[in-house]
Unconditional design. Structure first.
Length: 99
């Protein structure tokens, strides 16, 4: 089982959404990333090299960007950013982001 660790920035990103949106995002993180977050699925995929994160989780229109850290006795999913898509444009913290 992996630990879920939010960066301060990603925690702020979650708080920017309304309560029911936060619940959808947080429930999906718990359901999808506690076990085998490094296995590609329909909603989870490794990203090409970028400055944001190594993996993306798709939750409806929301996107969760994360890295996987495996240390001696710990396995951590570090949530680095959370955003949403409108059409084909990704917004993180109310700003358009290019990956």
């Amino acid at each position: 089982m992996f630990e879920i660790d939010f960066t301060p920035t990603s925690a702020r990103h979650v708080r920017n959404y309304r309560k029911f949106e936060q619940k959808v995002i947080l429930d999906a993180i718990e359901q999808q990333l506690l076990y085998e977050p490094n296995v590609a699925t329909r909603n989870r995929k490794p990203l090409d090299e970028n400055n944001l994160a190594n993996w993306e989780l798709r939750v409806d229109r929301y996107r969760v960007f994360y890295d996987i850290i495996i240390e001696d006795d710990r396995q951590i999913v570090k949530i680095k950013a959370i955003g949403h898509k409108q059409h084909n444009i990704l917004y993180i913290d109310k700003q358009e982001v290019q990956l």
